[in-house]
Design a protein around this ligand. Structure first.
Ligand SMILES: NC(=O)c1ccc[n+]([C@@H]2O[C@H](COP(=O)([O-])OP(=O)(O)OC[C@H]3O[C@@H](n4cnc5c(N)ncnc54)[C@H](OP(=O)(O)O)[C@@H]3O)[C@@H](O)[C@H]2O)c1
Length: 205
């Protein structure tokens, strides 16, 4: 398969790339990628990359492991702060589906990324949790309209092991997710047949 991974140099993305690279052709995209530059918060940039991919040859799968949202206490979040998550993690990923479809082969899949905050938020995450929940609803709804041409799923994992040092104190009592376990969510979406599924990975085993 030919698989595009947006955010493929990130903590989660690089594990996904590592895994699929053993048996598949993987294209790594991100804001700082020279070959496949994309900023998902910028619609023109999304259109440009998918136009380039379509020209080079369509892909079998698109994985997005990128997207930001502002963390802060609710009382301190301005409307502009909320817009960071809406523009990047929410609309950015919606636009990856809107424009990515055009660069996707028949029967191809798109896999988005959210996280446990959608179901089990912690302090300071009103924006991030809201955006994750929005993507979950979007994926279930958009899958109904794919007419068996394409599949769309989202992987929602808990705090992953590789970022434990940085974020552990924000997630009291949350089980850290081993990286290999997290990757299985993407494998299920890309190689399986599921469609419109929120693939929740909240337990370590
Ligand atoms: N870490 C966790 O425990 C965890 C758990 C569940 C879900 N998540 C979610 O998974 C996603 C990735 O998390 P992560 O920990 O891997 O983050 P990360 O280490 O910061 O990596 C993010 C990657 O995405 C790229 N990126 C960031 N913003 C982008 C944009 N606007 N357009 C295109 N590429 C962009 C970055 O590269 P460039 O800077 O080159 O663009 C980087 O390669 C996030 O949405 C996060 O909320 C994380």
């Amino acid at each position: 398969m030919k698989i595009l991974v947006i955010g493929g140099n990130g903590t989660i993305g690089k594990r996904i790339v590592e895994h699929f690279s053993t048996n598949h052709q993987v294209l790594v995209a991100g804001r700082s990628s020279k070959k496949y530059p994309i900023d998902i918060a910028d619609t023109r940039s999304i259109k440009r990359l998918f136009k380039q991919i379509k020209k080079e040859g369509k892909v079998d799968a698109i994985i997005c492991a990128a997207g930001e949202a502002k963390w802060a206490p609710f009382k301190d979040l301005s409307e502009a702060d909320f817009h960071i998550g809406l523009r990047s993690k929410l609309m950015g990923q919606v636009n990856v589906v809107r424009y990515g479809r055009k660069a996707l082969r028949k029967k191809g899949s798109i896999t988005l990324t959210t996280g446990v905050l959608a179901d089990d938020p912690v302090y300071q995450t009103t924006s991030a949790a809201m955006v994750n929940g929005g993507i979950h609803s979007f994926v279930q709804a958009v899958a109904l309209e794919m007419k068996k041409q394409h599949r769309v799923n989202v992987v929602s994992s808990g705090l992953v092991m590789d970022t434990l040092d940085k974020y552990e104190s924000y997630f009291p009592g949350h089980p850290p997710i081993p990286m290999a376990r997290m990757v299985l969510g993407y494998v299920r979406s890309v190689l399986g047949r599921v469609n419109g599924e929120v693939i929740r990975i909240y337990e370590a085993a």
